[in-house]
Design a protein around this ligand. Structure first.
Ligand code: HEC
Ligand code: HEC
Length: 206
């Protein structure tokens, strides 16, 4: 009798556990509910009070090597936050900071930044045609025609040139700071000048 009660208890806790949505599932749940989305965006704004020091008030960064987060795909933001937390993406500051965020706060942060819009920046007109040609050949099939990405593919349109340059080089050079097999393959043929051209093309896209 006692044994079966314990067993029943185990079943109950196991099923409760199984029903807890993952952060990515929770993100989608909230996206489908306009009232919940509004609340998540508002909560996210409060959580990101400290992040604004580097990423800017509305996710538009003031520093060249800090990425804009505004307009980024929410699932992508959440996945990068997970990667920092798990040590799969390296940045000493971000890794430490992300550890203090609870799962629900991570979801709120992602919705908050995704709800903002990122303005295009100026690209060097002399480099844009070459950048466009390379992007169309090597990148468009994942990041999309307008470089807006989708789900786990990053939005690149409107991103900062220096951040794009450094990031693309990290994937290509296999430094271990950014790890992704698909990106390692896609960037392998690029010279530094090619990367600069692509970055100048991407930054001026709306
Ligand atoms: C001291 C400056 C600083 C602060 C404060 C900061 N970040 Fe960052 N963040 C960075 C830098 C630098 C990077 C880029 C790291 C790299 O080169 O990969 C980054 C990258 C990110 C990325 C990845 C974006 C992408 O396009 O891949 C996310 C998401 C992010 N930060 C979220 C946050 C959140 C949420 C907070 C607040 C809880 C925060 N950051 C606070 C400096 C900061
Ligand atoms: C086969 C699909 C694929 C192709 C092709 C591809 N990418 Fe990516 N890209 C990804 C994925 C997946 C990620 C997320 C990787 C991660 O988690 O670090 C990514 C991330 C990035 C990032 C990081 C964005 C950020 O803010 O964190 C940049 C920059 C980027 N890609 C540029 C490019 C460029 C430039 C090309 C063409 C030379 C390209 N990608 C081709 C799939 C692809």
């Amino acid at each position: 009798m006692r044994g079966s009660l314990v067993l029943a208890g185990l079943f109950v806790s196991a099923s409760v556990f199984a029903q807890t949505p993952s952060p990515q599932e929770r993100l989608k749940e909230i996206s489908a509910d306009p009232v919940a989305l509004r609340a998540a965006v508002d909560a996210g704004k409060r959580v990101t009070f400290f992040c604004a020091n580097c990423h800017g008030d509305d996710g538009i960064s003031k520093t060249p090597d800090v990425p804009n987060l505004a307009g980024q795909n929410p699932a992508y933001l959440l996945e990068q936050i997970r990667k920092f937390g798990a040590g799969e993406r390296k940045d000493p500051f971000m890794q430490g900071l992300i550890k203090v965020l609870k799962d629900e706060e991570r979801v709120q942060v992602a919705h908050y930044y995704a709800s903002k819009t990122v303005p295009p920046s100026k690209g060097n007109p002399a480099l844009i045609p070459h950048g466009k040609e390379l992007f169309t050949k090597l990148c468009v099939r994942c990041h999309g025609e307008n470089a807006r990405g989708g789900d786990l593919y990053a939005r690149l349109a409107g991103q900062k040139v220096p951040y794009l340059q450094v990031t693309i080089q990290r994937y290509r050079d296999g430094t271990g700071i950014r790890n992704n097999q698909l990106m390692a393959i896609a960037t392998a043929p690029l010279k530094n000048d090619d990367i600069t051209a692509i970055a100048n093309y991407l930054t001026q896209l709306p």
